[in-house]
Design a protein around this ligand. Structure first.
Ligand SMILES: Nc1nc2c(ncn2[C@@H]2O[C@H](COP(=O)(O)OP(=O)(O)OP(=O)(O)O)[C@@H](O)[C@H]2O)c(=O)[nH]1
Ligand SMILES: [Mg+2]
Length: 594
């Protein structure tokens, strides 16, 4: 089976590719001319990359259309000091075989035996480049061979290159524990840098030390002053830090300058948040959204972020790529962005149909919003546990955890209120200050549930010293989503752990809002909250008593389908029904009202 993006590709072409599975490359794991010919021929026709994965016995294990990230192979733990035993051979449709940053990052991430790129021109292979993993200066890097001619490539002693890779990787463990060691650099605010530490933790990055920079002294070239750079440089050595994280967005040139000055990888807050999102995203849509946001953020910063780009690739260093190569990489990324956007459109359509279906059912929607770690998921789980205990909870239970951005994908559950209205509860992704703009954009679609909801529960961690700031941040984002005027309840959560005076302060500050204090964890005041929800949820539903003649049984069926029947009796004149229905149905059946 051909995997990847096979849309719009004719069957005859797919059959041609299918033949690749029959090819057994020789024992030396070398390239095979027959395979090269097919790959180049088809690449030329469809003008897309094609990737083939082969194992050490020479068996083809996957053929896919798309760049090497679409190849389906088992992933290897980065800690394992061995190669995956799989090689990826793929085509570059535009003639140039040079390995892109994406190629090199895939090589390291998947610990490939090797990656080969065939530069295709007019249906023929013009040149080939190889990448092998190699550990140098205690870092996993790429050893690139090529571009070379096809003939030279066929004669390349691949076995011996792989042997060298394996030898060098054996010594890798001593330096690479699974935790990165970071030095944090912030400006002025202690709270913001503390949050940065939490973000780093969420990314498995250990914070070794923190440095605060005076805001007046922000430098255009280095972000921090020269004297500070020396201080940071010293601390990096002292703590053997391998990454420096800035609590602000850096420009491409700032990243490059600081990386050059410090000799370690430099990333900023946005990159970190994007990384967390990338790790947490579960649904296809969320994954695509995050990847898009990452690519968009990287594109203008490619020059500086040589090191960072490959960060996900296990630290393969490709610093200072040449200008020409940068262009290829940029083009690659733009193409990928284009593909992702197209895929998103499709997903959005499905989502729209689903929402329309729910809208038809006319079920009022409650959305939980709030700063990350406020307790949204805990609250929703609690509500469902109390009010819908019979449903298969475990499967549905949303992920709650004391870490930032535990929930990334909106999830929806329905429960019944006391007044017998059915409502849905939607959990959403948490907000955070300095949320990268691209991400707000990216998650607007996931947050559509907020836009289309009837009532917002704005959940607050009232035990946090920054609770008031966090409420303001959330209100800002709600404004961006145009949802600031929706009916909402300010839910002051974690009251069990909060300081009474601090809570009073919050209440004073937001005196015009409808607030309530609860503890989702201890189940405190949940019943009062539910009453409030009932009170503030706009009521479209009406109670009606209908008497429907026996020759109008279709109306009876109609009410059954669209309303909630409380009582039904067969009287002499017709069917008597007491039901709760929405306004539309109420009006439609008006003539039968009693
Ligand atoms: N003390 C106390 N802790 C709570 C309460 N509610 C939630 N927590 C804790 O707060 C942490 C975060 O809870 P979540 O429900 O994951 O928070 P969230 O708002 O969904 O967070 P994200 O999905 O990351 O945006 C967890 O460790 C919860 O156990 C509460 O009422 N009291
Ligand atoms: Mg959550």
């Amino acid at each position: 089976m051909i995997t990847g993006n096979i849309e719009g590709i004719r069957n005859t072409i797919l059959d041609k590719l299918e033949a690749i599975y029959e090819i057994n490359t020789n024992k030396n794991y070398n390239l095979n001319m027959e395979m090269i010919d097919i790959l180049c021929y088809v690449t030329d026709i469809i003008n897309r990359e094609i990737s083939v994965a082969i194992d050490r016995r020479g068996n083809v294990i996957n053929v896919s259309i798309g760049d090497n990230s679409t190849v389906e192979i088992a992933s290897v733990d980065i800690k394992d000091r061995k190669l995956s035993g799989v090689a990826v051979i793929h085509t570059h449709p535009k003639g140039n075989s040079r390995l892109s940053l994406l190629d090199i990052s895939a090589l390291g991430r998947q610990k490939l035996d090797y990656i080969a790129a065939l530069g295709v021109e007019n249906g023929k292979c013009r040149e080939i480049s190889f990448g092998f993993c190699i550990v140098q200066d205690e870092q996993l890097k790429a050893k690139v061979i090529g571009p070379i001619t096809v003939e030279a490539a066929l004669n390349l002693d691949i076995r011996s290159e792989i042997l060298q890779s394996e030898e060098s990787i054996k010594g890798y463990e001593n330096v690479q524990d699974d935790c990165e060691r970071a030095l944090l650099v912030g400006i002025d605010s202690q709270e913001s840098i503390e949050e940065l530490r939490e973000l780093a933790k969420a990314c498995n990055v250990k914070t070794m030390d923190m440095v605060i920079q005076n805001k007046e002294k922000v430098d255009t070239a280095f972000y921090v002053g020269r004297g500070k750079i020396d201080e940071i440089s010293y601390l990096v050595q002292l703590h053997k830090a391998n990454v420096v994280i800035f609590d602000d967005e850096l420009s491409a040139s700032q990243i490059r300058n600081v990386e050059d000055a410090l000799g370690v990888k430099v990333i900023d807050r946005t990159t970190l948040i994007l990384e967390i999102f990338a790790r947490r995203a579960r649904t296809k849509e969320a994954k695509i959204q995050v990847e898009l946001a990452q690519l968009k953020y990287r594109l203008p910063r490619l020059i500086g972020m040589g090191g960072v780009l490959s960060r996900t690739g296990g630290g393969i260093g490709t610093r200072g790529p040449g200008e020409k190569k940068l262009e290829t990489d940029k083009r690659h990324i733009r193409e990928r962005i284009y593909d992702l956007k197209r895929e998103l459109v499709k997903i959005k359509e499905t989502r729209k149909t689903q929402r329309e279906k729910r809208e038809k059912e006319n079920i009022p929607k409650v959305a939980l919003v709030g700063y990350t770690n406020a307790g949204k998921s805990t609250l929703r789980n609690k509500i469902c546990q109390i009010y819908a205990p019979n449903e298969a909870m475990d499967k549905e239970k949303v992920f709650e955890a004391n870490m930032l951005f535990a929930t990334l994908d909106t999830t929806i559950r329905a429960i019944e209120l006391e007044d017998s209205r059915i409502v849905t509860f939607t959990d959403t992704v948490g907000f955070i200050s300095k949320l990268p703009h691209d991400l707000v954009e990216a998650f607007k679609s996931t947050l559509e549930e907020v836009i289309y909801s009837d009532l917002l529960l704005h959940v607050v961690d009232s035990s946090s010293p920054s609770a008031i700031d966090q409420i303001n941040v959330v209100n800002e984002v709600l404004k961006e989503l145009n949802a600031q005027d929706k009916p909402s309840i300010l839910v002051l959560n974690k009251i069990d752990a909060a300081d009474k005076e601090a809570v009073e302060k919050i209440k004073e500050k937001f005196a015009d809002e409808n607030f309530i204090d609860i503890s989702a964890k201890e189940g405190l005041n949940i019943d009062v909250l539910m009453k409030k929800i009932q009170e503030y949820l706009p009521n479209n539903m009406l109670q009606g008593k209908f008497l429907i003649p026996y020759d109008k049984q279709n109306i009876v069926a109609y009410i059954h389908q669209n309303g909630k029947i409380n009582m039904e009796e067969y009287k002499e004149e017709g069917t008597y029904i007491e039901a709760i229905v929405d306004k539309k149905i109420y009006n439609k059946c008006k003539e039968f009202l009693l």
